[in-house]
Design a protein around this ligand. Structure first.
Ligand SMILES: C[S@@+](CC[C@H](N)C(=O)[O-])C[C@H]1O[C@@H](n2cnc3c(N)ncnc32)[C@H](O)[C@@H]1O
Length: 334
């Protein structure tokens, strides 16, 4: 038996992973994938379409091919399936807002060593502490570009046909609520989010034409009293923002506020119980260091524990978006 050869390949790739991020950003900025989709299938045509020198276009295309974002065939260049679906400006799936969402955080990530050495205790709300309406508008342009699809998936996975009122905690753009009321004509929803955010929620709800059926509740879900007429609640993509004590307390309050027989779904970036990954959940936990909040990555088992401690029954969990989001859910007895 030959011993497995250990080399530096993986470590070199990790040490220069930022180059791939930068190439993706540049390709999106220059509308590379949009031009390819519109028929620019050679380096020359792309240089022309992007308005950059031939040499730079060749570099960009060569790297995009090596990254698997572009493919070549005898007819020329074409987008990889995910690039065609999510990176072509003007297509309904265009997700550049979301993919560019953390671009402003790049300098802070490259100062991570100093952040990890800081001794000051973090704040509870982190980046959300001083959010303005304008920042919330930019933030949720990004979350909506990905959240609408997640909201549709939630409405497909969770049968809400017998439910009357959905509470959407930290609902942001209202993506989950909008898709839920569109899928279930009898359902009304209420989005609880921070006051600057609910100003933006109202804009998305109005554009979706569901203003009559989706209300907003400006507040802080760690403190604000929940409505008392809710038979289903969801909290999506907030989990790593808070620590065990805060999440446990919110889930206990959701349980108490729900009508008997009501259900709660926690959709979040969760670690496996052996804490071996997924990497995305670990990185969102680390992101809270950059945001200087007290948040962290939680495991699936911990989340199930919060439901159990709160008094939920019929607790179960499933993959929501493989490698990214997990869903833990339970029912209030009655
Ligand atoms: C990543 S976004 C997710 C939005 C939405 N749930 C979705 O999946 O599209 C997180 C949201 O949680 C909200 N949030 C965080 N902490 C909150 C708190 N204490 N009270 C209310 N909203 C909060 C943020 O303002 C933001 O809108």
């Amino acid at each position: 038996m030959t011993a497995e050869r250990i080399d530096t390949t993986r470590l070199q790739r990790l040490a220069r992973a930022y180059c791939e991020t930068a190439v993706l950003y540049a390709a999106i900025d220059l509308d590379l994938f949009t031009h390819v989709s519109q028929g620019a299938n050679s380096v020359e045509k792309l240089a022309n379409a992007m308005g950059i020198r031939l040499l730079q276009a060749e570099r960009l295309v060569t790297t995009a091919v090596a990254m698997g974002l572009l493919e070549t065939d005898p007819l020329g260049l074409r987008n990889a399936p995910d690039a065609e679906r999510f990176l072509v400006n003007g297509k309904p799936g265009y997700a550049a807002d979301w993919l560019m969402f953390t671009r402003d955080d790049v300098p802070a990530w490259f100062d991570l060593t100093n952040t990890l050495r800081e001794q000051e205790p973090p704040s509870v709300l982190g980046m959300y502490e001083s959010l303005t309406v304008e920042q919330a508008r930019r933030y949720h342009a990004a979350t909506y570009s990905i959240g609408a699809g997640a909201g549709r998936r939630f409405a497909r996975q969770v049968d809400m046909s017998a439910r009357r009122r959905l509470l959407d905690l930290g609902g942001g753009s209202g993506a989950y609520s909008i898709e839920a009321v569109k899928a279930y004509p009898q359902l009304r929803a209420i989005v609880l989010d921070l006051p600057p955010v609910t100003e933006v929620t109202k804009e998305y709800v109005a554009v979706a034409g569901v203003g009559e059926r989706v209300d907003v509740l400006p507040g802080d879900f760690t403190k604000t009293a929940f409505p008392d007429d809710v038979d289903i609640a969801v909290m999506a993509s907030n989990l790593p923002i808070y620590d065990e004590a805060v999440i446990g307390a919110v889930i206990a309050r959701v349980h108490d506020a729900l009508l008997p027989g009501g259900e709660f779904h926690l959709v979040g970036e969760m670690l496996n119980d052996d804490r071996s990954g997924p990497l995305d959940a670990a990185l969102w936990g680390m992101n809270e260091a950059v945001c200087r909040s007290a948040g962290k990555a939680h495991t699936v088992g911990q989340c199930i524990g919060y439901f159990t401690a709160a008094g939920f029954v019929d607790i179960d969990d499933e993959t929501f978006i493989p490698g990214i989001l997990h869903r833990v859910h339970g029912r209030k007895a009655g």
